[in-house]
Design a binder for this molecule. Structure first.
Ligand SMILES: [Zn+2]
Ligand SMILES: [Zn+2]
Length: 166
């Protein structure tokens, strides 16, 4: 969704609040997907030629556990506010505003969700991951024993040393 901040500033009203849904499934998310449309609420209040922007959103993130590859979904709650002066509108670099003063809300939503999103998806904090031997989940199914030192074949040179020590 595009929002004309400049026009609002020139013609009013002093306060606008809009709810919208944004399909961000095609965006380049870092390590997860956002398949469902993101519901968001955007509001602007104008006070003495200053714009007070507020953005709230809730997005469902889908992906795989980084350790066991199980499907994982997580909800990101976003709540952000900005203050923009009229003079800054054209040269605003914190917000995706074009030269005409139009704000790209989808882009803003994407940028903020990436900042807020998980750096690593895990099914649980203590997920023990996959067994390197059999590829099964360690928590369920794998019966491999951790490789013990005694089971490893003894180097013949070490065997001689060991005999000498005995
Ligand atoms: Zn896991
Ligand atoms: Zn195993």
């Amino acid at each position: 969704m595009q929002f004309d901040l400049k026009r609002l500033l020139l013609r009013g009203p002093d306060y606008v609040c809009e709810t919208f849904e944004s399909d961000l499934s095609g965006c380049d998310w870092p390590g997860y997907r956002v398949d469902k449309p993101v519901s968001a609420e955007f509001s602007v209040r104008i006070k003495r030629s200053e714009l007070y922007l507020s953005l709230r959103a809730s997005a469902e993130v889908q992906g795989e556990c980084a350790r066991c590859l199980d499907p994982v979904s997580e909800t990101i709650e976003l709540e952000r506010e900005w203050k923009v002066r009229e003079d800054d509108l054209a040269g605003e670099d914190e917000l995706p505003v074009d030269a005409k003063g139009v704000l790209d809300l989808d882009e803003l939503l994407f940028e903020e969700l990436v900042l807020e999103g998980p750096s690593l998806l895990l099914c649980s904090e203590d997920c023990s991951g996959l067994c390197p031997e059999c590829g099964l989940k360690k928590a369920a199914g794998c019966t491999c024993q951790p490789a013990e030192e005694e089971a490893a074949p003894v180097d013949p040179r070490l065997a001689i040393l060991r005999e000498l020590l005995d």
